[in-house]
Design a protein around this ligand. Structure first.
Ligand code: ATP
Ligand code: MG
Length: 396
């Protein structure tokens, strides 16, 4: 028997997941289609992954009995979000295989530790300062203004962030955040944003998905595009550098599972890392419809100790996030209606994914739609039609 066979969990076995959001839901679907059963631990009575899991353990992420139940049921456990207490992952690791490991998650769930780690790998990050008190803000170098103050822990989708023009504004934002540890980083002149999703197995072998190009609106991902077409040499070279950087980050973290690295491409062509997500990522949702193996299937394969799947892009793809905003009749009313799904799906290249969330709220991620076509131009034209049918801003 080879080592990888000895280490693997056969389909039919149980895989465990901390967190019950949409990423967990899509993980459940992928793992189940490989034949696994999935147990989800999430405190919510009802949640996107809990609805489709084979077992939903309703418990807090630090609940000893809940964690013990999960470890008893499952031989391998992963997480769908970075804010799970690292100590819970440590406790689970005493009883079952955990990926990613607590130590890797501990680094990326704290922006101060994360930036320090990335810079120590020799990979550039935005100029920044750790803010642990008002005195740090008063002493922060002038090149960090204008900047963005970000809470060190628990931020997502642009929450816990404030754009500040001056030191005074930074002090006010810091007080508003309750004086919790923060990172102040300089506002960078972005040309565009890209991300790299990779999967790394327990044997150290890794596969890297094609680079996605991302557009954010109001701090939330809006559009991801993956295509081999229309790339000049400079862009291709940047993609190669981003891919290499993501691989060295995964290696440096001793990482197992799926990881995403978000990058900024600056106006001068240089590349810096924004942040790391220790899990499948919104910018990798296009892989579900446009790649041979989705990022969620890779997560299941990695934790089960199976070989990773092919990551080839089968066709150009444009992913549009569906936020709760499109349920509202207009920007200045609370009245809601059902979006025109039939209108969106009258474009045959559109693949719709909804997360089963009962309540639509502005800024809440409700689903996404991926348009996969033979050419990038066709995918973009079709994406514009789908966006119009759903009352969404045209994709840039
Ligand atoms: P997510 O959960 O979507 O990853 P987040 O809350 O972790 O978001 P960031 O990734 O730090 O937030 O920032 C969100 C977006 O804000 C970035 O993708 C980028 O568009 C913009 N942004 C963040 N930091 C900077 C910066 N230093 N300079 C310019 N733009 C920035
Ligand atoms: Mg981000």
């Amino acid at each position: 028997m080879t080592q990888s066979t000895a280490f693997s969990i056969a389909p039919g076995g149980w895989l465990g997941l901390l967190g019950g959001g949409q990423l967990g839901r899509m993980f459940c679907h992928a793992a189940q289609s490989l034949g696994y059963k999935v147990a989800v631990l999430d405190p919510a009575e009802e949640c996107p992954a809990g609805m489709v899991a084979d077992l939903h353990i309703r418990a807090a992420y630090d609940d000893e009995a809940g964690l013990a139940r999960l470890a008893q049921q499952c031989r391998a456990v992963t997480t769908e979000f970075e804010n799970v207490p690292a100590d819970s992952l440590r406790a689970l690791a005493a009883r079952c295989r955990v990926s990613p490991a607590a130590d890797a998650v501990a680094v990326v769930q704290d922006r101060i530790a994360e930036k320090t780690f990335i810079a120590a790998q020799g990979i550039p990050v935005a100029p920044h300062a750790a803010i642990r008190g008002e005195a740090d803000l008063r002493a922060a170098p002038a090149n960090l203004f204008p900047g963005i103050l970000k809470v060190a822990r628990m931020g997502y989708d642009g929450k816990g962030q404030a754009r500040i023009a001056t030191r005074e504004e930074a002090l006010a934002a810091y007080a508003e955040f309750g004086g919790v540890p923060c990172v102040l980083e300089a506002l960078m002149p972005l040309d565009y944003e890209i991300s790299v999703v990779l999967a790394r197995g327990f044997d150290g072998a890794s596969v890297v998905f094609p680079v996605a190009r991302n557009v954010h609106r109001d701090g939330i991902l809006a559009v991801s595009t993956a295509s081999a077409a229309g790339q000049d040499a400079a862009h291709a070279e940047r993609q190669a550098r981003a891919t290499a950087a993501a691989q060295s980050i995964a290696q440096g973290l001793g990482y197992h599972g799926v990881l995403c690295v978000e990058f900024f491409v600056l106006k001068d062509g240089s590349l810096i890392v924004n942040e790391i997500a220790p899990r499948p990522h919104n910018s990798g949702h296009y892989t579900m419809d446009a790649c041979l193996t989705s990022q969620f299937e890779q997560q299941a394969r990695a934790m089960a100790g199976l070989p990773l799947g092919g990551v080839d892009l089968l066709a150009p793809a444009v992913m549009l996030n569906i936020l709760g905003d499109i349920w509202y009749e207009s920007a200045d009313t609370d009245a809601q209606r059902e979006p025109d799904w039939a209108g969106a799906l009258s474009t045959p290249t559109a693949k719709l994914h909804l997360y089963g969330k009962r309540e639509a709220r502005r800024g809440r991620k409700m689903g996404h739609v991926t348009i996969v076509a033979l050419t990038l131009a066709q995918a973009q034209a079709d994406a514009a039609r789908v966006a119009a049918a759903l009352g969404m801003q045209a994709p840039e």
